[in-house]
Write a protein that binds this ligand. Structure first.
Ligand SMILES: Nc1ncnc2c1ncn2[C@@H]1O[C@H](COP(=O)(O)OP(=O)(O)OP(=O)(O)O)[C@@H](O)[C@H]1O
Length: 245
């Protein structure tokens, strides 16, 4: 059984034409799947359909075999870190637990472990305005992982970061997702980011899934020829022309 499955999924916002059409896609448990596509092609809408924040107007979205949202715990990281200004890093990360109950020792231990794994321990008592962009993104990632979600949905979470910080966070994300067996659906505009992170990369255009590529072996190693070739295949599927120097 696939972990997350889109079956002939279509979606239209009320009073508008379709923004997602005929999407068939299955993610295996623990898979990191990247969605790339031009602005407005329906990536965020597809993430929201996976989360059950939108209901398909055609087809169905199944999470662990039942229509989403079912009982599967999931985490969502948005493009902007969306931290609460008036809460410390520690309390921002604990928020998903605080919304359900008074955080207990187990929640605090999970929070401390995530802060440590993401290099944030020294910043636990700071407020979001006292953090760099990368630290804010790490805090948002820690918060999304607090309740050990089975599915992590990320909508261009590192888009505003500089290249060095972005690469560090990509590695942090992969390390944490792999060690926990978390299934990840990651939206990005950045082809290199998609090829580096994804076990598979899907290309979305005009709300339709046009191609899915498996990324294997050396294709995951940045600067390798195979990585460049995989990026070129994705670029071609996006209909992007190579511009001669
Ligand atoms: N609430 C809404 N009501 C009507 N149309 C919407 C709504 N939200 C998004 N859209 C439209 O749906 C289409 C797909 O939007 P979506 O946000 O899914 O695209 P995207 O690929 O994530 O874009 P970007 O990369 O720019 O974030 C766009 O044309 C957008 O204008």
């Amino acid at each position: 059984m696939s972990f997350l499955r889109f079956e002939s999924v279509g979606f239209a916002y009320p009073g508008h034409g379709p923004v997602v059409q005929g999407v068939d896609l299955s993610l295996a448990t623990g898979e990191v799947h990247c969605l790339v596509g031009r602005s407005g092609c329906g990536k965020t809408s597809l993430l929201k359909l996976a989360a059950g924040l939108l209901a398909p107007t055609q087809g169905r979205v199944l999470l662990e075999g039942v229509p989403s949202p079912g009982g599967t715990p999931l985490g969502f990281v948005f493009q902007a870190p969306t931290l609460l200004d008036w809460l410390s890093v520690n309390d921002n990360v604990l928020l998903p637990a605080s919304l359900q109950r008074r955080p207990g020792a187990q929640d605090r231990a999970a929070c401390a472990a995530l802060l440590s794994q993401l290099g944030l321990t020294a910043y636990a008592d700071r407020y979001p305005r006292q953090l760099s962009g990368g630290q804010q993104s790490r805090t948002a990632l820690a918060r999304a992982l607090l309740l050990q979600p089975h599915l992590l949905l990320l909508d261009e979470p590192f888009a505003s970061l500089d290249a060095i910080t972005r690469e560090e966070l990509q590695r942090d994300l992969l390390r944490l997702a792999r060690s926990r067996g978390t299934t990840v659906l990651f939206v990005t505009h950045d082809i290199g980011e998609a090829v580096f992170l994804g076990d598979r990369v899907s290309v979305l255009a005009g709300g339709c899934l046009v191609r899915t590529f498996a990324i294997e072996g050396d294709a995951r190693v940045r600067d390798s020829g195979a990585f460049g070739a995989a990026c070129a295949r994705v670029r071609e599927a996006l209909g992007m022309q190579e511009v001669p120097a």
